[in-house]
Write a protein of this length. Structure first.
Length: 108
């Protein structure tokens, strides 16, 4: 499945969530993501601080376009932890997989 061809939809309380078993199956459609505390998680490593910040800025643009926002944690000057979940439903939705794939497509 190519999540990059899809568009995030506005999240409401009634948005269907993806159960953990199905989420584990769908992990195979993403590159290097895992489940952590009911969310999608990935750690990225960059050459230096500037490259990490450039990626954060590019990720912010994609997130704004999609209307779905990741938690980004920059640490150790070049490590970025990316966590995705749909807060409105307290779990994972298709939006999380869509945004994960779109973030993976950004240049590093």
């Amino acid at each position: 499945m190519d999540w990059r061809t899809k568009k995030c939809v506005p999240c409401e309380g009634g948005t269907p969530f993806i159960p953990e078993g199905r989420a584990r199956e769908l992990l195979g459609t993403l590159d290097g993501w895992s489940l952590r505390d009911g969310a999608l998680w990935k750690q990225l490593r960059f050459a230096d601080f500037r490259a990490a910040v450039a990626f954060v800025n590019a990720a912010a643009e994609v997130a704004e376009q999609e209307g779905h926002h990741p938690d980004l944690f920059l640490h150790g000057y070049r490590f970025l932890d990316v966590t995705l979940s749909t807060h409105a439903i307290g779990g994972l939705s298709e939006n999380d997989f869509i945004l994960a794939a779109k973030l993976d497509a950004l240049p590093r």
